[in-house]
Design a protein around this ligand. Structure first.
Ligand code: GDP
Ligand code: MG
Length: 296
């Protein structure tokens, strides 16, 4: 029998590299205006993702978002640094003519691919290319209980070919438990009928284990979220919540909404996969198309 070669040390080697360089993770929020996108961006930064990072204590009211804007924070845990960037976008659907309203968002996504491509084909390449590519796009759905807006379907359909789409039900505190369950089911069915593949895409499940894990996630989607950047005292603990006349909705309490589920899905279980699908599928599609244009 052979002696120990040490192949398994690659995990430790990778760990060391990641500790040294850190990594980028970029999330974009998209959807009709007024659905709580900017609020959820603040919630993400204020919640456990970065609660230990002081210096994020803005309390002014969130202004209406008028341009695509990226906000970054470097977060560190256990010696590993993550540069988390959230790209906030203006809501669409406000205009009388909403034709091509996905264009600015599509353009932003492609510009990040282009930037990365330019760096890759440079003769003197950077040792590590800064990654601004959008790894996932949270698509906010209006909690109407009715059919999805045709604009939403069109939007998701177009974007799903260039970015990982994760649909979420906005302002879930406005629905009863039954309404929420029914609506989630309805949205899944409508997406399926429209042929819209959201992340984690079935076609990229690598094996049966992947498939069964991801099936569970797909059946729980779209996550019904609540956002807030205000803190309240509940049972001697400071919690992010929304205070109503009938009580406090706790944003990070899994019995109240699925914000924590979404956050753990994005960061604890699927971050690396979101990055890989972005690089191997979406970026690759863009790259092949661009290089073909140049070659032909
Ligand atoms: P955006 O246009 O999608 O960026 O929406 P904003 O974040 O600016 O929020 C629009 C309004 O909805 C504000 O008054 C927020 O306080 C409110 N809002 C945000 N998130 C929630 C939520 O989860 N539930 C409820 N009920 N209201 C929310
Ligand atoms: Mg906004």
């Amino acid at each position: 029998l052979l002696g120990y070669i040490g192949i398994d040390t690659i995990i430790e080697q990778m760990r060391k590299k990641t500790m040294k360089t850190g990594f980028d993770f970029n999330i974009m929020v998209v959807g009709h205006s007024g659905l709580g996108k900017s609020t959820l961006v603040n919630t993400l930064f204020k919640s456990q993702v970065s609660r230990r990072n002081a210096g994020w204590a803005r309390d002014e009211k969130i202004p209406k978002t008028v341009e695509i804007k990226a906000v970054s924070h470097v977060l560190e845990e256990g010696g590993v640094k993550m540069k988390l960037t959230v790209v906030d976008t203006p809501g669409f659907g406000d205009l009388i003519n909403n034709d091509n309203c996905w264009e600015p968002i599509s353009k932003y996504i492609n510009e990040q691919y282009e930037k990365f491509l330019k760096e890759e084909v440079n003769i003197t390449r950077k040792k590590r290319i800064p990654d601004t590519r959008v790894h996932c796009c949270l698509f906010f759905i209006n909690p109407t209980g009715h059919s999805l807006h045709s604009l939403d379907l069109e939007f998701m359909k177009r974007l799903s070919h260039s970015v990982n789409i994760i649909p979420v039900i906005a302002k879930a505190d406005t629905m009863t438990i039954e309404e929420r369950q029914e609506f989630k089911q309805r949205v899944r069915k409508e997406l399926e009928m429209a042929g819209i593949e959201f992340y984690p895409q079935k076609e990229f499940d690598e094996d049966m284990e992947d498939k069964s894990d991801n099936d569970k996630i797909r059946e729980a989607m779209p996550f019904a979220v609540v956002g807030s950047d205000k803190e309240y005292q509940v049972n001697n603990k400071r919690v992010l919540g929304r205070k109503t006349a009938w009580g406090i909705v706790e944003v990070e309490n899994p019995n109240h909404c699925e914000f924590a589920l979404l956050r753990d899905f994005l960061i604890r279980s699927h971050l690396q996969d979101l990055k890989e699908v972005t690089h191997n599928i979406h970026y690759e599609t863009y790259r092949a198309k661009r290089l073909n244009e140049n070659g032909g």
